[in-house]
Design a protein around this ligand. Structure first.
Ligand SMILES: Cc1cc2nc3c(=O)[nH]c(=O)nc-3n(C[C@H](O)[C@H](O)[C@H](O)COP(=O)(O)OP(=O)(O)OC[C@H]3O[C@@H](n4cnc5c(N)ncnc54)[C@H](O)[C@@H]3O)c2cc1C
Length: 486
């Protein structure tokens, strides 16, 4: 087998060679960063142990990767081993009466809903794309548009098997090793590798949701629309036009969605079929969606996005409040309508800045995020508003408050300024008791961690890491950026 000598940046202990045919360029989802890694895609638990053994024998770290949908560096591990779990994608156990499923970590949300829908079940928490794996979802403790109501996915995980750096597999739940359970879920792959995940799904009685779309003239109005529906809606999400200014600062469109009660959907047997849910393969029946990102590209700049957002806002404002029914997939996975849309951002890619802010401070903080972005001349092209609740996981981003997730385009000219801008915004947000989410982060620095987690929480996590991974086998670029200095 052909071999390649390790680059100079790797530790002296790793000087031995690894097979060159495993060397690959690995991208952050937002394409603002990429690294070279030795990638392995094992299909069994023993296969994972083999990779761990190989890495240990070379003194190399191992970074876990699911579908690679984290926007930044959370599943990158430069010049070391990348353990890609996407081939471990089997359903291990399914009980259609109780809705409890046990899966391997590489099972995606797409596979999951396909598998269970016809039995009348749906994942309790889904992200804006169905491409993510359950291992990655647990690793980041993802939230959905129902975060204020059902919490993050960890709140629905009954148990996980965690493979430690020693090769031992430990079953963790709220009863067995609760410390590891609450730290590894949301522990961004730094304590061990989930080899199985047992999840309680949510009962549904139709493949459709009742949707209410409500235009909002300002951020305050969008938040009020949420507040009025917190007790009745099942999902709430707000699109914010960040180009709005003055009285229109934070204007946008709120979508509330409601599950249909039993007996309401007379065609439930049909709507609960996967075929009823699939997103269309073409746009307007002719244009292949795979080509759409190329058409979006000329519009993905300040002028183009300002124009598109303004048109979208005014069209929805003119339409006023409307109600309609929509398949679950069409409502939840808006980001999957246009494959590879991130490429429309151009060669610099994009980063996301998602600020979680306690309820009392949210409005004023987000006004400030938008106003400062205008002043800096770096306006987010997309922003999404959600409501959250606290949860018991150690490295949680959840709180009793809101999140505003902003997409920033990265160019060679703005990169340095953008990173500085996000750092300044982060400092403003943490001063209000706000938090950040590693799945979306690219710009935080080590000093920010203590500010938003509290030093005690960080110390407790690092102590557990030292206990279960004394040689720091599990590492990623995010870990190195934020924690190694500590
Ligand atoms: C378009 C888009 C929309 C999104 N919408 C949302 C949203 O609505 N809500 C939300 O919360 N997030 C959202 N995200 C972020 C995404 O859900 C998370 O980044 C998620 O963790 C990605 O899962 P993945 O399988 O791609 O994992 P990766 O990105 O590959 O990895 C995520 C983390 O989990 C670790 N990991 C992976 N596999 C394992 C394993 N088997 N055991 C232990 N650790 C592991 C990795 O080391 C890494 O730290 C969105 C992302 C995109 C691209």
């Amino acid at each position: 087998m052909a071999v390649v000598a390790l680059p100079r940046r790797t530790p002296a202990t790793s000087a031995a060679a690894l097979p060159v045919d495993h060397l690959e360029r690995v991208w952050a989802w937002g394409r603002a960063q990429s690294v070279m890694s030795w990638v392995w895609r094992p299909s069994t638990v023993d296969g994972i142990r083999d990779v761990l053994g190989l890495a240990a024998s070379r003194g190399l770290s191992v970074g876990l990767r699911g579908a690679g949908c984290s926007y930044g560096d959370a599943s990158l591990n430069a010049e070391a081993v990348c353990l890609d779990l996407s081939r471990m994608n089997r359903v291990l156990d399914w009980n259609p009466d109780s809705g409890v499923i046990r899966v391997e970590p590489g099972v995606t949300i797409r596979q999951l809903w396909h598998y269970v829908l016809e039995d009348g079940w749906w994942p309790p928490v889904v992200s804006g794309t169905m491409a993510i794996t359950l291992g990655g979802a647990a690793g980041m403790n993802v939230h959905g548009k129902n975060a204020w109501k059902l919490g993050p996915i960890g709140d629905h995980v009954r148990a996980v098997d965690v493979l430690l750096a020693s090769g031992e597999v430990v079953r963790c739940s709220r009863e067995e090793r609760p410390d590891l359970f609450h730290a590894a879920i949301g522990g961004f792959g730094m304590l061990g590798c989930f080899t199985s995940i047992e999840l309680q799904l949510e009962r549904i009685h139709s493949g459709l949701l009742e949707i209410e779309a409500i235009p909002a003239r300002s951020l305050a109005e969008a938040m009020a629309i949420f507040e009025q529906r917190l007790d009745t809606a099942d999902y709430l999400v707000g699109w914010i036009d960040c180009f709005g200014r003055g009285r229109g600062l934070g204007r946008g469109l709120v979508h509330a969605a409601y599950h249909l009660p039993p007996g309401t959907d007379l065609r439930a047997a049909q709507t609960l079929r996967p075929a009823h849910q699939e997103l269309p393969a073409t746009l307007f029946g002719v244009l292949p969606k795979s080509a759409m990102w190329m058409l979006m590209r000329p519009l993905t700049n300040d002028l183009g996005v300002r124009f598109v957002n303004t048109a979208k806002y005014h069209l929805s404002a003119r339409q006023g409040r409307i109600r309609y029914r929509q398949p679950h997939v069409a409502f939840h996975f808006l980001f999957d309508y246009i494959p590879d849309w991130k490429r429309a951002y151009g060669p610099g890619g994009l980063i996301e800045f998602q600020a979680f802010v306690p309820a009392a401070a949210a409005k004023i903080s987000y006004d400030e995020v938008l106003a400062r972005s205008h002043r800096a001349g770096i306006v987010p092209y997309l922003a999404v508003l959600k409501r959250h609740r606290p949860d018991p996981f150690w490295m949680t981003h959840g709180l009793d408050g809101w999140s505003l997730a902003c997409h920033f385009r990265v160019t060679r000219a703005n990169r340095e300024r953008l990173w500085r801008h996000c750092r300044e915004l982060a400092q403003m947000v943490t001063a209000t008791g706000g938090r950040f989410y590693f799945a979306k982060d690219s710009t935080l620095a080590p000093d920010d961690l203590g500010d938003f987690y509290g030093e005690e929480r960080v110390r407790r996590f690092l102590a557990l890491k030292r206990e279960v991974d004394p040689e720091a086998r599990w590492q990623t670029e995010l870990w190195k950026r934020l924690f190694t200095a500590r």
